[in-house]
Design a protein around this ligand. Structure first.
Ligand SMILES: *[C@@H]1O[C@H](CO)[C@@H](O)[C@H](O)[C@H]1NC(C)=O
Ligand SMILES: *[C@@H]1O[C@H](CO)[C@@H](O)[C@H](O)[C@H]1NC(C)=O
Ligand SMILES: *[C@@H]1O[C@H](CO)[C@@H](O)[C@H](O)[C@H]1NC(C)=O
Ligand SMILES: *[C@@H]1O[C@H](CO)[C@@H](O)[C@H](O)[C@H]1NC(C)=O
Ligand SMILES: *[C@@H]1O[C@H](CO)[C@@H](O)[C@H](O)[C@H]1NC(C)=O
Ligand SMILES: *[C@@H]1O[C@H](CO)[C@@H](O)[C@H](O)[C@H]1NC(C)=O
Length: 456
């Protein structure tokens, strides 16, 4: 009888799980987690089959086209919160534990069952889910580009790995590699990687960026104004009401910490935690905007230097493509057929901005929340854990080279280079499109301090 009941329960929940539309395990607000969202939220088909690829998304203009080089710039996988975040989570937990009152079941659950299991030493490290993010991505990319990401190319050392020195990036790189070596059961060979912070953590190295933006609170004044503004105040009041605590206890930092708790519990443990009940969808959209606003002013279009700080990575990408094109043209084998570069959201966002992606007609500001609901600058949809930009160079015969960009495994078009009939542009047209940047965008010059003063 017990066995029967147990089986019945399992069947009920598996059936329930098969319907993602009303899945109780997915928080209703999971679409608004910014850079703390799961990759599966961006590509929902992966929740059914994490190794699924759809090869028909790649449509080279002729059957002759063959891929000759792939460069992928990939963000690290799912990670623990940073020490700063964990301290704030501890604070909001204490408030809920000692000051909140009410009969709601989720509140009871936090107070009596949930435990604060995050410890400060976790400090942004890669979690097991993050290891899997990269292993699975490696397998999917090898299915999508079997002639480039192949056992032969890996064994022949035509696949190069470059990473930021940060532990979560190194471990993501190791995980990506393990995804391939496990796929092909390679045990007799080791493959190394290069640490290169000048390329993958350029934002730390660009003095002008550090001085004018990173270390300058006026550079993010819009973010602070939004945090003090009416939309955010309303969210804080709603949360204080739900908890039955004085408004003064729920600061912006506490609201953010509760939002992070919901996001991390979901990303790391795949649970719909009681913390998520503190927010309705309207609240989550306000939280999402506050975070996008920050990314916009610190890494995106807010300041020109944000994207320019990625000049070195930009040139590096094109020089790899040029080298491959040159080798192919002169009858040699392409020596670096695949480049896997692992970095941060802070690596990808400035580069995507430099290339012109997700540019809206108006800047994101503290007072245009309502008119920005349809914005394309939305990190929740573009920069989850393991977000990636892949550039694939094709030889289409007769010296015709084409370049296909893919964002999170989906083909995209270079902004401003849209010819609907020709989704995979000629490599030469891409280079013409970015001519100004290819000629200039010199890291040393743009990152030098007081350049303008010196010129005057
Ligand atoms: C694969 O992609 C093509 C082109 O985008 C689309 O028409 C097709 O429905 C997709 N197939 C699956 C199984 O998702
Ligand atoms: C919150 O709870 C703590 C611990 O019980 C108490 O010291 C503090 O006064 C409370 N704060 C408010 C505003 O009620
Ligand atoms: C990285 O992986 C190694 C080996 O799997 C493990 O010992 C280490 O704790 C991991 N480090 C981080 C920062 O995740
Ligand atoms: C930026 O601020 C940090 C901490 O306040 C400081 O250590 C660093 O020297 C500053 N860097 C620059 C370039 O101003
Ligand atoms: C700080 O940012 C403001 C606003 O962008 C700018 O006017 C100012 O020059 C910056 N300060 C420094 C030291 O770069
Ligand atoms: C260039 O690449 C294409 C596609 O792989 C290949 O067919 C061609 O032989 C290559 N050219 C040379 C000279 O190797």
């Amino acid at each position: 009888m017990l066995t029967f009941l147990w089986k019945f329960t399992v069947t009920c929940c598996l059936l329930n799980y098969a319907n993602p539309e009303d899945n109780r395990d997915i928080p209703a607000i999971s679409k608004y987690f910014n850079t703390k969202g799961r990759y599966e939220e961006v590509n929902p088909y992966l929740t059914e089959d994490i190794l699924a690829v759809n090869k028909s998304i790649l449509q080279p203009p002729s059957a002759q086209c063959q891929e000759i080089q792939l460069t992928a710039i990939i963000r690290h996988g799912t990670r623990y919160p940073t020490t700063k975040n964990i301290k704030q989570m501890q604070q909001i937990y204490n408030i809920v534990l000692h000051n909140a009152s009410g009969e709601q079941s989720w509140l009871r659950e936090i107070q009596t069952q949930w435990t604060m299991w995050y410890t400060e030493d976790m400090d942004g490290r890669l979690v097991q889910k993050g290891v899997n993010d990269h292993k699975h991505l490696a397998v999917r990319l090898s299915k999508l580009f079997p002639s480039l990401i192949s056992e032969e190319k890996l064994r022949g050392r035509f696949i190069k790995f470059i990473t930021s020195s940060k532990h979560r990036c190194v471990n993501s790189t190791l995980s990506f590699k393990a995804g391939l070596t496990e796929l092909w059961a390679i045990t007799d060979q080791e493959f190394d990687y290069t640490v290169n912070d000048a390329l993958m953590r350029f934002f730390d190295k660009c003095t002008r960026f550090v001085e004018e933006v990173e270390n300058n609170s006026s550079a993010v004044a819009e973010v602070d104004k939004f945090k003090q503004g009416p939309e955010m105040r309303r969210v804080q009041e709603k949360i204080a009401n739900r908890l039955g605590v004085p408004y003064s206890l729920i600061t912006h930092d506490m609201t953010e910490a509760a939002f992070h708790l919901c996001a991390y519990e979901f990303a790391i443990k795949a649970v719909n935690s009681p913390w998520c009940q503190l927010f309705d969808e309207d609240d989550a959209q306000v939280m999402e905007y506050a975070s996008d606003l920050r990314e916009f002013w610190k890494r995106g279009y807010g300041h020109d230097i944000n994207s320019k700080s990625s000049c070195m990575l930009f040139h590096d990408v094109f020089s790899r493509l040029n080298k491959a094109a040159g080798e192919n043209k002169s009858g040699q084998q392409v020596t670096e057929a695949v480049t896997i570069q692992v970095g941060h959201a802070d690596t990808l966002l400035p580069l995507l901005t430099l290339l012109g992606f997700f540019k809206d007609s108006d800047p994101l500001t503290s007072n245009n929340y309502a008119s920005q609901t349809g914005r394309s600058f939305r990190t929740s949809r573009k920069l989850p854990y393991a977000a990636n930009l892949a550039l694939v160079l094709y030889d289409c015969g007769g010296g015709e080279l084409r370049l296909q960009p893919l964002l999170n495994e989906k083909p995209v078009t270079f902004p401003g280079l849209t010819d609907q009939k020709d989704p995979m542009p000629l490599y030469q047209d891409v280079k013409d499109h970015y001519r100004e940047l290819l000629r200039g965008c010199d890291f040393e010059t743009v990152c030098q301090l007081f350049k303008h003063t010196a010129e005057v």
